[in-house]
Design a protein around this ligand. Structure first.
Ligand code: ADP
Length: 443
């Protein structure tokens, strides 16, 4: 954060701080001004009524300033409003001094007290504090001058004047250091906030890495399972297919149409198993680190595989596509299939959940600048704007607890990033959702 930014932030925080202190100080001033009737009782009992009235008027005026402090402009003008309400009791005290003993009135102590209090308790600027101190002193001098006896005795006036001016100076110095300490405190706070934000970023990265590791572990487990399955399933499927072929050549099969139909069905079933097994092969032979270099593969094939692997979820969904002739790309085929499976099953799930009338998914594939751009669009419920940027966050999910980990899209995002591409989401709420990504061309 630059010093200027920091200073602007500090000024803004200070404005709130000043406002709060000004209000609190004003309430205290009202209480003290009213409690001053005790002083009048002790010192000037003959003036009790007039001074009492003056105290009520000044308290009401301070209350009026407090009301202004609560208004919209109050925050902006807080320092000047504070100066105004601070001066009100000073004017009152000066008037009382002029009405009573002038230079010899002990009430000048009240002026002194206010100068100290403003320096210590109010987050005033240095200049405002000095102005307040000097104005208070001028009020005192004026009060003594207006007193019928004039400035007498001069010695006492000089002593009182010096005390008042010392108070103003001390209060100014205090404010100066107070201000610096406050700024340092604010800077520390800003630094802590900055560090916290950095920690937050690191935390997110860790969650990201954790998600990727989880996915890698999952893929490794699928790989082991797929390798075992391949071994166990391939042979029986192959000899079943051979046996079916042989059976179909038998004269009984050729003469019996229903038997032939059964054999054709059995053959088709076996071929489907063969396809699924070959889809799983991509995972089984997945070598760690292969994605870094990447191998050429036909995107069209990956698309076919992923549609077959999600056939169950895509039941009832119209799946269409638009492909160029050549779709040879470079990368990690299994991971790209994983991305497509995720996009298809997310779309299918969202449409099923929303009860979309004629669910459809359309995949558009195009070449642009040596990269294959893929866009998978569904006509489901779409994604709310506030969620659109969040769908790639690890563990973000709108599914019920225990239904989805919310890792699918974040991992897909990382997969596409590894291919030098970008996965992004677009949507019109209630109309459609589309996910696009790009892959490099195999040279
Ligand atoms: P999961 O599927 O486990 O929730 P994902 O990371 O795959 O995790 O998806 C995150 C969220 O993105 C989903 O919970 C859903 O709210 C939203 N989403 C993803 N694809 C779609 C889509 N095609 N239509 C509507 N919402 C979607």
């Amino acid at each position: 954060m630059s010093t200027n930014q920091l200073y602007a932030g500090y000024q803004s925080e200070l404005a709130d701080f000043r406002l709060a202190f000004s209000r609190g100080g004003a309430y205290t001033a009202i209480v003290l001004v009213l409690l001053g009737v005790g002083l009048d009782y002790g010192q000037y009992p003959q003036q009790q009524l007039a001074f009492g009235l003056a105290r009520v008027v000044v308290s009401l005026l301070i209350a009026g300033v407090v009301v202004m402090l609560y208004s919209a402009a109050g925050r902006r003008f807080a320092p000047w409003l504070t100066l105004t309400w601070l001066l009100l009791p000073q004017i009152m005290i000066a008037w009382m001094i002029s009405q009573t003993e002038g230079v010899e009135s002990p009430y000048y102590v009240g002026l002194n007290l206010a100068i100290f209090a403003s320096g210590i308790a109010l987050p005033f600027g240095l200049w405002q504090n000095l102005v307040f101190g000097i104005l208070s002193y001028l009020l005192y001098a004026l009060a003594c001058l207006l007193h019928p006896g004039g400035i007498e005795p001069l010695g006492t006036f000089i002593v009182n004047s010096l005390f008042l001016l010392f108070a103003a100076a001390a209060s100014g110095v205090y404010t100066f250091f107070n201000e610096r300490a406050r700024f340092m405190l604010f800077r520390l706070k800003a630094e802590v906030a900055e560090k916290n934000a950095e920690l937050e970023v690191i935390n997110r990265k860790l969650v990201d890495i954790k998600g990727q590791m989880l996915q890698q572990e999952k893929m490794a487990a699928i790989g082991t399972l797929a390798a075992g399955l391949l071994h166990e399933v391939n042979n029986p499927v192959n000899f079943c297919l051979m046996a079916i072929e042989v059976a179909m050549e038998e004269p009984q099969a050729k003469e019996n149409p229903s038997l032939e139909e059964c054999l054709v069905d059995a053959k088709q079933g076996m071929q489907r198993i063969q396809h699924i097994v070959s889809d799983l092969k991509t995972f089984a032979y997945r070598k760690p680190g292969a994605e870094v270099e990447g191998t050429p593969f036909l995107f069209e094939k990956a698309l076919d595989s992923s549609i077959r692997l999600t056939a169950h979820e895509l039941r009832g969904v119209k799946v269409t596509r638009d492909l160029p002739d050549d779709t040879l790309v470079l990368g990690d085929e299994a991971a790209v299939i994983g991305v497509l499976i995720n996009l298809f099953s997310n779309a299918a799930l969202a449409m099923r959940k929303a009860g979309t009338a004629a669910p459809a998914i359309h995949t558009t594939v195009k070449w642009a600048k040596n990269r294959l751009h893929v866009r998978v669009q569904d006509n489901g419920p779409g994604i709310a704007p506030e969620n659109l940027a969040r769908v790639f966050e690890p563990f973000f999910t709108t599914r019920d607890v225990g239904q989805g980990l919310g890792l699918g899209l974040s991992i897909s995002y990382a997969v596409i990033e590894r291919h030098g591409g970008q996965l992004y989401a677009e949507s019109e709420l209630g109309q459609w959702a589309a996910f696009s990504f790009d892959l490099p061309r195999a040279e």
